[in-house]
Design a protein around this ligand. Structure first.
Ligand code: SF4
Length: 206
């Protein structure tokens, strides 16, 4: 048996949340093979072990059934979104999809989580993510520096209010790019934010 590596597999961002179809799940099992490890992560991606030599073929087959495939490990996770229970329009499904396309799978100094909630109830816990987006009536608020782990767990700080749909993906992309370029080694996003300061980050994305 050849060398194996992990890939991250997720369903599309959609109304209803992280829904897999039976076809998608059976395809994952078939392509991974009987001995593969398949792990359910806490960030709504499945980590699937694949033989390195079959990587491209497996990715292509998974995409054919509507699944999204990203790198595992030190990268931005696919958007951790809510269930859009208020409906696609009210909860901002298109904006969330656009944001996911812009940020998912970017190589980063430490694994980075971006959350999205379609309203202030925030049932996807966006304030516990490195970057959290919450839709208000017609615009979006962005929070940064949420930390759910450890004894110093804390909620994210309000970073920007009233961001338009057009500006949302570019602003979050700039934040991630700046973190990627300026983090010290494997500096976590929250520590980076505290060192660089929120004011400086605001100037970067302006
Ligand atoms: S965050 Fe709001 S829109 Fe999204 S699932 Fe929760 S209650 Fe519904």
């Amino acid at each position: 048996m050849g060398e194996k590596m992990k890939i991250a597999v997720a369903p599309a961002i959609q109304v209803g949340g992280s829904l897999f179809t039976p076809e998608q799940l059976s395809r994952i099992g078939f392509l991974a093979g009987p001995d593969a490890q398949i792990e359910m992560t806490s960030f709504k991606q499945l980590y699937v072990e694949v033989e390195t030599g079959r990587l491209d073929e497996v990715k292509e087959e998974l995409r054919k059934v509507g699944l999204e495939v990203y790198p595992a490990g030190f990268a931005t996770k696919s958007l951790i979104a809510c269930h859009f229970c208020r409906g696609a329009e009210d909860a901002g499904l298109e904006a969330a999809k656009k944001l996911n396309r812009a940020i998912a799978g970017i190589e980063t100094p430490t694994p980075l989580k971006v959350g999205y909630a379609g309203c202030g109830l925030g049932t996807s816990e966006p304030l516990l993510k490195d970057i959290g987006v919450v839709k208000t009536r017609d615009t979006f608020n962005i929070y940064i520096g949420g930390e759910p782990k450890g004894l110093k767990a804390s909620v994210a700080t309000l970073f920007l209010e009233g961001v338009s749909e057009e500006q949302l993906a570019p602003v979050v992309s700039k934040l991630i790019a700046y973190y990627k370029e300026n983090a010290k080694g494997k500096e976590k996003f929250k520590k980076f934010m505290e060192r660089v300061t929120i004011e400086q980050l605001k100037a970067i994305v302006a």
